[in-house]
Design a protein around this ligand. Sequence first.
Ligand code: NAD
Length: 494
Amino acid sequence: MIDEQQIRKIVESVVESVTASGGARPAGISATVSKPAVTPSTLPPVSPSAGIRGDNGVFDRMEDAIAAAKRAFEEFKRFSIRDREHLISILRMVITDHAEDFSRRVVEETGMGDFKDKIIKHKNCGKNSPGTEDLVSRSWSGEKGVCFEEFAPYGVIGSITPSTHPTPTMINNIIIMLAGGNTVVFNAHPAAKNVTAYGLQVCHRAVVAGGFPENLFTAVKNPTIETANIMFNHPDVKLLSITGGPGVVKSAMASGKKVIAAGPGNPPVLIDETADLDRAAECIVQGASFDNNLLCIAEKEVFVVDSVFDKFMMAMERANAYRIDELHLNLLAEKAFLPSEKGGHVLNRELVGQSAEHLADLIKVNVPDGTRILFAETTKNHIFVVEEQMMPVIPVVRVRDYKEGLRFSLEAERGYAHTAIIHSKDMDRITEFALTMNTTIVVANGYSTQGDGPDSGEAYMGFTIATPTGEGITSPRSFCKVRRLAVAGSLRFV
Ligand code: NAD
């Protein structure tokens, strides 16, 4: 729970920016926000239990979280687009101010990832999540009349968030879903339920203090598969947004509702003989080591053409990656994938998102302090190539030529349609690679987070990359219905 001092700090900063006179008001604030900003002293106290009324957006029962978000949706209709932008500016401020706080709690609760990288992710979410500017309406006019098309909200959206990026995904979802006028209810990953509830409450207090209705975003206190199923099948939840692995995407799709699904990935990297090998190695170390390889877009396996293979392996060492032999790679694989009761194997969650140094310790390899990534030569059927390992160990496979590398990359991506990366100076090959891989994101001559992240030029970023359902890196328009008004025979005024 949040202590009184923290609440006061958040709210004071929000109230200050909201109510300061003249130019101190953040851009986009409309004078039509119908409720006045409250002062810290009028905030309700934190109650010990969520209950039927909820505790700053957090509810004991999923049904109550949905009912509250539905009521809030009706109230939210009174607010203008400029008000929504004002709300978003509050959320941007909260996640930026709390980047360290949220990151620390995520690492403590989930035990995964890298604290410093998580701070970057949170700040990036605050800065680069798209807002209402994404909702550009269209119109046409002619002698037969005028047509307008606008983006309309669905209503209450049900959202599943992953353990790998719980708070940034939640706040990115809140921003892009509320930008379109929706409200949202979360069933967070059980392994991140406390930080999700905490983050949601911090945001809730700030937006309520900014004059907005309660429960524009809600969550169930103890999320489970049962509460997810209530959400999937509830008549008041109009759209599902699913960010997670294959199991949850499949069960959401069985609900019969419209689903925006951000499923798993297994991004391959293809390096041909024309590539800048030092640059390729540096990019792989940068992308694959970020947050200990938790990102779904992160480099997971590398295919290198034979003629430059040995030079590439040396370039990886120069880029401070640590080379292990195949024996040690296999030892690590035995620890990273455990036999499954149903036959086959399952990913050992205890190794997901651990540091390269920790992984090296497990297989009794001494690595220099600060080693961010392990790598090894292996073959294309190795489990680290085939499966999404989500830990900083990268299998590297020797391929005869570019064509074979392309074929193996396609196989390794497994039809997830997620992300693929190529290093080549041959534009025709880059084009063929993008066409053949048919993934949502293709990065050429860069690292994965240049496809969606702080380094992707001026592009917006998103934490819900809708792969199987095709919306791509989701933005406010992904969560809106398109509605048309046609005025026959009039309103053309030129
Ligand atoms: P996960 O699949 O373990 O869990 C996701 C959520 O689904 C959790 O809330 C979990 O409790 C719930 N869940 C799991 N099975 C369910 C079922 N049958 N019915 C209802 N709910 C169910 O995912 P995770 O480990 O938190 O996240 C990692 C996975 O998510 C990776 O595969 C990664 O690639 C993917 N991911 C994708 C994106 C994207 O944008 N495409 C973003 C982040 C993560």
